[in-house]
Design a protein around this ligand. Structure first.
Ligand SMILES: *Cc1c(COP(=O)(O)O)cnc(C)c1O
Length: 389
């Protein structure tokens, strides 16, 4: 049977070249990077080389990069680290209502701890406008966190403009760039931001490793206490092989970025056009314009069918896709992102996220398109909600 992976936003396969870079650190170069003997120095050198690679790609200084256990931890350190550091001075935070759960739940935890949080709404395309943000940010705001590209619908925000609004009130600005890294240009200088999260396993690196950029001079309260790893901001013996993998993964992603973007734009255009041609009553969620969306994310709502049923039917044909956010599938609650974008609940329920990547081919999409119409027809025939032709 065919086996086609269209869920790159959940995770990506490890690139062979990344595995090769990691292997020596899983075998002979097993030292603890804190040790001062040559075994330790060898591991330390691997970490510092990776730090330089990450910094170079995002326009930061190596000393501004802190390795974490992934995007979730980077998001937690950014939001909570700044909130606790500025406690007693500024106790208000602003995040968007379409953030990943790592930011959403961190903000909710801070709310329980007495911080005030405002959630910035988006327009129908999932965009946080300057006017919306301006209304929410005050002289009491410690940090604003708005993601660069959304994981469910792919919408790209005007981070530079939003960061300027936050800075005007003396607030710091963080962006979750997990879904934009390697896909579009991500440069902390050009965007003029203070903190940024990224994750290796979304860019063909290993799971369980990520990085947080913290601009020089910004103080954060650490969440982990222990040894002096990562300058005391993230205690714990470093995941050396993982960090080396992240360095290699981001380097490769940057080398391939522009060509890949163009290739994915044409795949996405083909896919959206074909889908709308072959299936009635299917709607794209998020911007159609590939400059406003990462092209690798195509989120569609099929009227009057359950997303979960489509996932299972496609899986029986060998195609792996997601509905809403992977973390919430299994629950029938409509996605918080689609809800924020004012997608009606009955359409949000029938949403599918197709996400493409480095190993997606036109043949994969041809096959997927060929099996969808009969699946949708069959499900609609059983649906009491469908009033189409
Ligand atoms: C996957 C993802 C995360 C979480 O990263 P992990 O490395 O899996 O912890 C955070 N934010 C976004 C936008 C993501 O897509």
């Amino acid at each position: 049977m065919k086996s086609i992976y269209l869920d790159y936003n959940s995770t990506t396969p490890l690139d062979e070249r990344v595995l090769e870079a990691m292997l020596p650190y899983l075998k002979e170069k097993y030292g603890n990077a804190s040790s001062i003997h040559h075994f330790g120095r060898e591991a330390k050198a691997g970490i510092e080389e990776a730090r330089e690679k990450v910094a170079a790609v995002i326009g930061a200084e190596p000393s501004e990069i802190y390795f974490t256990s992934g995007g979730t931890e980077a998001d937690n350190i950014a939001l909570k680290g700044v909130a606790y550091q500025r406690k007693g001075k500024r106790e208000h935070l602003v995040i968007s209502s379409i953030e990943h759960h790592a930011i959403l739940e961190s903000a909710r935890a801070l709310q329980k701890d007495g911080f005030k949080v405002n959630f910035a709404d988006t327009d129908n395309l999932g965009i946080v406008t300057g006017e919306t943000l301006q209304r929410l940010v005050t002289e009491q705001t410690s940090i604003v966190s708005i993601m660069h590209a959304n994981n469910e619908v792919g919408t790209i925000q005007d981070i530079k403009g939003l960061a300027a609004l936050a800075h005007a009130k003396g607030a710091l600005f963080h962006t979750d760039a997990v879904q934009s890294t390697g896909k579009i240009n991500v440069n902390v200088k050009e965007l003029d931001i203070d903190l940024l999260s990224l994750s290796a396993h979304k860019i063909y690196g290993p799971k369980g490793v990520g990085a947080l950029f913290i601009r020089k001079g910004i103080k954060i309260a650490p969440l982990f206490h222990g040894g002096h790893h990562e300058k005391g901001r993230r205690a714990g013996t470093e995941n050396v092989a993982g960090i080396v993998g992240l360095g290699r993964a981001i380097e490769i992603a940057e080398e391939m970025r522009e060509k890949e973007h163009a290739r994915l734009v044409s795949l996405a255009d083909f896919f959206i056009t074909e889908l709308q041609d072959k299936v009635a009553d299917v709607f794209l969620n998020g911007p159609r314009d590939n400059n406003m969306r990462v092209p690798s994310t195509v989120n569609c709502s099929f009227q009057a069918v359950e997303g979960e049923s489509i996932i299972l039917s496609l899986d029986m044909k060998g195609v792996g896709v997601a509905s809403g956010s992977a973390c919430t599938s299994g629950s029938l609650e409509a996605s918080h992102v689609l809800t924020a974008m004012n997608v009606p609940p009955e359409l949000a329920q029938g949403s599918i996220r197709f996400s493409f990547g480095r190993f997606t081919t036109k043949d994969d999409l041809d096959y997927t398109i060929s099996v969808i119409p009969e699946i949708i027809e069959r499900l609609r025939a059983m649906s009491p909600l469908y009033k189409g032709k």
